[in-house]
Design a binder for this molecule. Structure first.
Ligand SMILES: [Zn+2]
Length: 302
């Protein structure tokens, strides 16, 4: 029996519970199989070795340990786009497939992460908000540096122009953010990204529809969980890795996880107001084991 952790649902609930108190009814069915390989784990980083900002930073000794763990032979580190393509085409993934993503295009991606990832031969995706790059904000990469990454095979995804709280923006403003950033990517990098990461991991159903309409094929949050296509491709979870949540036991919890797939989640919109939280969980089959299901009330990243 596989003793890995079935954790997608409980981490997702912890994420919701950390932000909202509401009525929530979940109808879950256990559909996972230990070797189904129809899922993957997506890791999310922000800063590297910028120890004064621990909520978004991973220490270099932690990051080196992560990469060492990922290179020990048990894991397949794939480009995120390739994983999405396999999920969407129903093609099997290797067991323990992992993607590495990095948000916000901080300079330490260029100076610290890239050389380390390159040395390991690990692909990765950088989600970029275009305004800080255009405005040459201190501590961010330049377009030239992003082009260097791109030329080296690094994938670039979008995180809008100004990195707003999208679910609090008007839909007209959301459209402007998407169109403006898409145009800037086209001008500077010669392409429009087709993968999108919601700034702060925040979205609602209306935002998802605008992101789809802008031509993206998948959207990524910041809630912990295993990525699979059963809920569609615009609320794919990622495990945030930072100083506090970057210990090796948490990395193992993430990359050795298996999904609990819900066949229905109610309400559908993750922004669910401020009423009482009631959870109902149902499985069609007996779970082999739930080894880890931790609830946190502390948001993990900013
Ligand atoms: Zn961001």
């Amino acid at each position: 029996m596989d003793i890995r952790h079935y954790q997608n649902a409980c981490h997702w609930l912890a994420y919701l519970g950390s932000r909202f108190v509401a009525m929530l009814v979940l109808l879950l069915s256990f559909l996972g199989s230990a070797f189904a390989a129809d899922h993957a784990v997506i890791l999310m980083y922000h800063r590297f070795g910028e120890d004064r900002l621990p909520s978004t930073n991973i220490r270099l000794d932690q990051f080196d340990a992560h990469l060492e763990k990922l290179s020990n032979g048990n894991y397949s580190v794939w480009p995120l786009a390739k994983i999405v393509d396999h999920l969407q085409k129903d093609m099997p993934l290797p067991d323990r497939t992992v993607a590495i993503t990095i948000d916000d295009a901080y300079l330490s991606v260029f100076t610290e992460a890239w050389p380390r990832l390159k040395a390991k031969g690990f692909p990765f995706t950088v989600f970029v908000a275009t305004d800080p790059i255009d405005r040459k904000h201190r501590g961010y990469m330049s377009w030239d540096q992003l082009r260097q990454l791109q030329a080296d095979g690094v994938d670039i995804g979008s995180q809008t122009a100004s990195h707003p709280h999208m679910h609090l923006s008007s839909l007209a403003d959301v459209d402007v953010e998407l169109q403006k950033s898409n145009q800037r990517f086209l001008t500077e990098l010669g392409l429009r990204p087709n993968l999108f990461a919601y700034p702060y991991g925040e979205y609602n159903l209306a935002v998802i529809e605008r992101v789809k309409a802008a031509g993206f094929i998948a959207g990524f949050g910041q809630n912990s969980g295993i990525a699979h296509g059963y809920d569609g491709y615009f609320e794919l979870p990622r495990f945030a890795m930072n100083e506090r949540y970057g210990a090796m036991d948490r990395l193992s919890l993430a990359i050795d996880g298996l999904p609990l797939k819900a066949n229905q989640i109610l309400p559908a919109d993750v922004v669910i107001g401020k009423t009482r939280l009631i959870l109902v969980l149902r499985w069609r089959q007996r779970l082999p084991q739930i080894a880890n299901c931790a609830v946190s009330t502390t948001p993990m990243t900013s």
